[in-house]
Design a protein around this ligand. Sequence first.
Ligand code: MG
Length: 258
Amino acid sequence: MITIKTPEAIDLMRQAGAVVASVFDAIRPMMKEGVTTDVIDHIAHEVILEAGAIPSFLGYDGQGPTPFPAATCISIDEEVVHGFPSAERVLRDGMIVSVDVGAYLNGYHGDAARTFIIGQVPDRIRELVEVTEQAFWKGIEQAVPGNRLGDISAAIQDHCESHGFGVIRELSGHGIGTELHESPNVPNYGRKSRGIRLVAGMTLAVEPMVTLGSREVIIADNDWTFETRDGLPASHYENTFAITEDGPVVLTMHAGGL
Ligand code: MG
């Protein structure tokens, strides 16, 4: 069932989303060579708790045989999503690193991801990261009342594939609200004018997951982390947003900010 949020509920979600935005403010300066991914996770966890929120992902039960073990998912290079932060993983020049953050506040979740470039990467990998973010914006341009879900999906797919990148099929965006994952699923591929009709009050997390090479993925031995089968890098970008009569409103960014 798709839940339609009142303007009051969307305001509460904006507060949860602001916590997520603050996490990115705090970790952005730490995304550099020599930092371990568990340090980044600890900073994120602190920011979430200090805001009076709870990390949405820690203890999340829903994929592997064990709950997710950290506040954030940190996924490096060929890891697509659901990477485990670790004291053993050190950021190095040339890596791309996706950090996925969820915060639960006032009974609602906010969920967003950014891919950070560490030092210098080849132009084509920088393009992968940029196109993934652009694909998110192309997608939510279509998130207006009266359009259909497939309009979002097709816009994302078209943008990524027109640049020669792969769009992962096994993972999707999702509805979000009192639950981290609600209906509907929002695939990053699809056909225009297909799927459910979009209405004001829907809140979605749209998250293109895009590969440099083949779009095939495998699940790592930890039963959580998705990786590209060919070992080439993947990029990820996500925001939570609300569909309103005036168009989409992003909830996981500060007004006018990053
Ligand atoms: Mg998500």
